[in-house]
Design a protein around this ligand. Structure first.
Ligand code: ZN
Length: 555
């Protein structure tokens, strides 16, 4: 979730004059009084040329992919307007008056706000509205809620994931469907999907693309989401409005994005076997039976893919390495959710970020153990573990859910749970002989290093919070020890293995009990950066935070 910092925007305002007078030095001051360096922030993202191998695609498949790449560009246009209704004009202005780096930063973050610095506005007096371009910038939460209270018949349209809210001429509010608001982009995008459907020789893809084209023009996504679950060829594409993270006001409005990827059939088949273990994994959780949850569907297709092109929300800032869609609960109940791993994005992050971090945080002989393979497995089992453990629960005789009970604490706990439970399940797969137990140390070294990759983002973000409580738990149990002279950690693999099981149990009970107070106390104890962590993170400054992939414009 992106956060609006009124104070930092005020500071941005006061430096605007300085900025326009002195274009060669686009430096600004942050809230804490330190300098904000836009060029240094841009360099935190390492440029990586992505040239996925597409040689095994047929000529018609390549033609389909190229149509999908073109359609993605239209979704990027929409997404820019979803980030800020006036952002296309602002981009023009920066192109005219700003520095080259500011323009590149704008394109990287889809707007003038730096997501690595609590949405610090790096251009002029711009502000980053909490509700993005989904709502009028002068509308408050209160006004929206009051409007619905006074006009109950508007509620469905106002809270829909597929409408924007605009002002009427007399100062009221109205909902406009996406297919109307963004018709200029959705119509040509739908046309391209139809052309791609026509070119495709894969019936499941043709069906999905035709249904999705229809959905672009009427905002009815259910049928095409069902068809998406059944895709079975070399081309794996997700294209449409999906995630709600950009709606910082209410979390109602979906953002357009696209993932144009090709599937590696052998790798996908090799990983598909793990979904058959979901029920066994649930049964194997190290908790009393009453905490185990067998009421979810365990269907869970897994696709290992190589991204060929992205668009919209997918391109913005920190890059996605895996996703789990659709979000529509009706589809999830009927068919489960598909886990898609973007293996080339993940591989680039391993090479540029995780492996170099390992060299700085682990003693030399353990740093040599990290592998790309286990970064990939950590990611897969993290995603699988989101489907395990308590979901709907009963607290004091009332039916509720973990997320409803834990509220704002939920996302940090859930991300940490998925990490540690993912690790627990990898160890379980080694026990079952489905992964080689000779690679246990490689896995544990990679997993421990991954915690630092997450904690760098500041321990307020959900994944970083989750990483911080795992790290502090392991420091407490002696699973890792800081060696001040080497300024590195040594992991005790045996203790870490036991601690992973113990922590998995503790988190599952915490979620299953559904006590906000107990969870708050737990997080207060374990979400912190101790002196060794600060020292270790301080050694990582020259390692990129993320990557800036550049994809071919056609294949
Ligand atoms: Zn997650």
């Amino acid at each position: 979730m992106r956060v609006f910092h009124f104070k930092s925007s005020l500071i941005a305002l006061s430096t605007a004059a300085l900025l326009s007078a002195c274009v060669t030095s686009p430096k600004m001051m942050k809230e804490d009084g330190t300098e904000y360096d836009v060029a240094a922030q841009y360099e935190k993202f390492a440029k990586v040329d992505m040239n996925p191998d597409t040689s095994f695609l047929s000529a018609s498949e390549k033609a389909v992919v190229n149509k999908l790449i073109q359609a993605s560009e239209y979704l990027s246009e929409i997404y820019l307007r979803q980030r800020g209704a006036d952002y296309p004009a602002l981009r023009e202005e920066i192109a005219q008056n700003g520095s080259k780096t500011q323009l590149a930063m704008f394109d990287l973050h889809y707007g003038p706000c730096d997501s690595l610095e609590s949405d610090f506005a790096f251009y002029g007096d711009t502000q980053c509205a909490e509700g993005g371009g989904f709502y009028p910038t002068d509308m408050t939460r209160q006004e929206f809620e009051d409007w619905i209270a006074a006009h109950p018949s508007d509620e469905a349209a106002f809270t829909s994931g597929y409408t924007v809210i605009r002002r009427t001429e007399d100062g009221g509010l109205k909902a406009i469907p996406y297919h109307v608001e963004y018709a200029k982009f959705l119509e040509p995008a739908a046309q391209l999907l139809r052309e791609a459907a026509e070119l495709s020789e894969n019936a499941s893809l043709t069906k999905f693309l035709n249904l999705r084209a229809e959905a672009f023009l009427n905002d009815e996504y259910f049928e095409s989401e069902m068809a998406w679950m059944d895709l079975n060829g070399d081309i794996e594409v997700a294209i449409g409005p999906y995630e709600v993270y950009d709606d910082g006001l209410f979390g109602y409005k979906t953002a357009y994005e696209s993932f144009v990827t090709i599937k590696n059939p052998e790798e996908s088949a090799a990983l598909a076997k793990y979904k058959n273990y979901l029920r066994d994994m649930e049964a194997n959780l190290p908790v009393e039976d009453r905490y185990k949850n067998f009421s979810r569907g365990f269907a869970s297709p897994i696709a290992v893919t190589y991204q060929v092109h992205g668009g919209g929300d997918n391109e913005n800032g920190v890059q996605t390495i895996a996703f789990n869609l659709p979000n529509d609960e009706r589809v999830r109940e009927a068919k489960g959710a598909k886990k898609v791993i973007l293996n080339n994005v993940l591989g680039a992050k391993y090479d540029r970020i995780l492996a170099p971090i390992g060299e700085r945080v682990l003693v030399h002989d353990q740093a040599l153990l990290t592998t790309k393979k286990y970064m990939s497995y950590n990611t897969l089992f993290h995603e699988l573990s989101h489907s395990l453990g308590p979901g709907n629960i009963t607290v004091n005789g009332e039916e509720t859910s973990v997320s409803a009970q834990l509220k704002d604490l939920y996302s940090g706990v859930e991300e940490g749970k998925a990490d540690v439970m993912g690790a627990y399940n990898i160890l379980y797969m080694m026990e079952r002989g489905e992964l080689p137990s000779s690679e246990k140390e490689a896995f544990l070294a990679t997993y421990f290093t991954g915690l630092f990759r997450s904690m760098r983002f500041g321990i307020t973000e959900a994944h970083a919070k989750g990483a911080a409580f795992q790290y502090n738990y392991y420091m407490q149990t002696g699973a890792a020890e800081w060696l001040p002279e080497q300024r590195r950690y040594r992991v005790d693999f045996e203790v870490l293995e036991q601690s992973i099981a113990d922590l998995t149990g503790e988190i599952v009970r915490l979620q299953g009990d559904g006590s906000y107070e107990a969870t708050e106390t737990y997080l207060k104890t374990y979400v912190k950066l101790d002196e060794p962590a600060k020292a270790a993170l301080g050694e990582l400054e020259d390692i990129p935070y993320d990557i800036r992939p550049v994809y071919p414009s056609e294949i």
